[in-house]
Ligand binder design. Structure first.
Ligand SMILES: [Zn+2]
Ligand SMILES: [Zn+2]
Length: 247
């Protein structure tokens, strides 16, 4: 735990208040969420996209989501925990923009339990990096805290400096699929500081949110070039399965 995180832990003890609504809870609760918030979260059910892991509607007649039916992805398989909506958004906003970095460890616990439901094994966990300037502004990379927690609980190394952002990109909100692709193209590289041999390795990319998968795809390009054998991605929340016309 870094000094900043220790200070925040003292200010906002992570297992006394629910991380979503602030209600007082006890230490035995999973993920520092109260019962009411546990119920409000849109936990992913059994029917998920075979490729990206997004939640599919019960009456959706395909094994892939609308997005994966139209676009191929660079990663092998995606996993996610909840569908992004009001409550999930609140937790992520507090986590990313209010300095509550301790929430990342709770989200890391959720990621760990999600992966326990699969038969996957990995050699290295790789958080999606932030651009240096953004990292300085925010003080921490939200994906890295989650990835470190997952890695320590799972006993898999966490390669925090495997990837780096080579340039700043525009915010992705409101951009279409092609614009997202263009915005992110060549924006990730395997860092020169990276100490891991990636050839033949199975990697798990970790981020907070999955929408169209364009960030994950962009991360996969340099990792494939470095010889990674299998790349899966894991996020806390994913967007809804929306038919093309409504997007
Ligand atoms: Zn709550
Ligand atoms: Zn999909």
């Amino acid at each position: 735990m870094g000094i900043l995180e220790k200070g925040l832990e003292a200010l906002f003890p992570s297992n006394i208040y629910c991380v979503s609504c602030g209600s007082i809870i006890d230490h035995t609760r999973d993920y520092a969420l109260c019962d009411a918030c546990m119920e409000k979260f849109h936990w992913l059910g059994r029917k998920t996209c075979e490729k990206c892991g997004k939640l599919l509607q019960e009456d959706h007649r395909h094994s892939l989501c609308y997005d994966c039916m139209r676009h191929d992805h660079q990663f092998d398989k995606g996993y996610t925990c909840v569908q992004y909506s009001l409550y999930e958004r609140g937790v992520l906003m507090d986590y990313k923009y209010k300095g509550r970095s301790y929430i990342g460890r709770k989200l890391g616990d959720i990621l760990c339990d999600r992966m326990a439901l699969t038969n996957e094994t990995f050699d290295l966990i790789v958080p999606v990096p932030l651009h240096r300037k953004k990292l300085v502004r925010r003080g921490y990379n939200q994906a890295e805290i989650m990835a470190r927690q997952l890695a320590s609980r799972w006993g898999v190394p966490c390669g925090s400096n495997v990837l780096e952002r080579t340039r700043e990109t525009r915010p992705m909100k409101g951009l279409g699929a092609f614009e997202r692709y263009e915005n992110l193209r060549d924006s990730f590289a395997v860092s020169r500081k990276n100490q891991y041999q990636l050839r033949g390795k199975r990697l798990l990319l970790v981020d907070d949110i999955y929408t169209t998968g364009s960030t994950m795809d962009a991360c996969c390009v340099p990792l494939r070039q470095a010889g990674s054998a299998r790349i899966c991605c894991l996020t806390f929340a994913c967007g809804a399965n929306v038919p093309p016309k409504e997007q």
